[in-house]
Ligand binder design. Structure first.
Ligand code: PEP
Length: 250
């Protein structure tokens, strides 16, 4: 039986005061025993997040990482740094990283491999653009993105990571995939992984992301292959995010 996981991706938003307010609200409102919760904060707030969440059942992580241990990579953050701030997770291959910052499947695979070696759980984001969906290549694109990582880290790596399926056309647009549309892709991804290893495919958490709101969460999470959500905009509102976590806890 897979546990539900709900993750917040704050992206490049927030102030120290807002971070404190959001985390206090999450701690008060979320029953983190009933579903797993992870907060992906901007790197500069990780110290605040660590102080606020230490000792709670809510986990946290970075939104991006470099695959090298250290060196001349101005502006980047290493896994060692994330670990110093208590990060259990790291987001890898978010569509904004792929499209705005040119991260290829190979770069994403390198980052996943580095995170696994460092003992940090990668949340691997994949998903098709609107153009790709309309051309009928959704499954092909998502399988290609998964395969690039599978080829690099193997089944052993997939036993230790989380996948987030995020159709690019649904991210930040208010257009959620219907539960049936999302389920169709999740089932296909699980079938693809099953060909590599049936046990791993059964165990792996596959989250849905793309304009999830408290009002749409329950229907999405009721789908057999959707194991929770990766939430952007709605994770900046206490009531919305708590509502989404409650829906997952059901
Ligand atoms: C995201 O950033 O991963 C995301 C799903 O954003 P939103 O919920 O705002 O669509």
């Amino acid at each position: 039986m897979r546990q539900a996981l709900v993750a917040a991706n704050w992206k490049m938003n927030g102030t120290k005061a807002q971070v404190a307010e959001l985390l206090a609200g999450f701690k008060a409102g979320i029953n983190a025993q009933a579903c797993q919760v992870a907060i992906f904060s901007p790197a500069v707030f990780l110290s605040d997040v660590q102080q606020a969440l230490q000792g709670s059942a809510i986990a946290w992580g970075g939104q991006n990482v470099h695959s090298a241990e250290s060196g001349a990579y101005t502006g980047e953050t290493s896994l060692g740094m994330l670990k110093e701030f208590g990060c259990q997770y790291v987001l890898v291959g978010h569509s904004e990283r792929r499209t705005l910052f040119g991260e290829s499947d190979e770069v994403v695979a390198e980052k996943v491999a580095a995170a696994l070696s460092a003992g940090v759980t990668p949340m691997l984001c994949i998903g098709e653009t609107l153009e790709e969906r309309e051309s009928g290549v959704t499954a092909e694109v998502c399988r290609r993105q998964l395969k690039a990582v599978l080829d690099k880290v193997g089944v052993a790596g997939f036993n230790k990571l989380v996948v987030a399926y995020e159709p690019v056309w649904a991210i930040g647009t208010g257009k959620t995939a219907s539960p049936e549309q999302a389920q169709e892709v999740h089932a296909d991804l699980r079938a693809f992984l099953q060909d590599a290893d049936a046990e791993m495919a059964k165990k792996i958490q596959i989250l849905y992301g793309g304009s999830v709101k408290a009002a749409s969460a329950a229907e999405l999470f009721a789908m057999p292959d959707i194991d929770g959500g990766l939430v952007g905009g709605a994770s900046l509102q206490i009531e919305e995010f708590v509502g989404i976590c409650n829906a997952a806890a059901q």
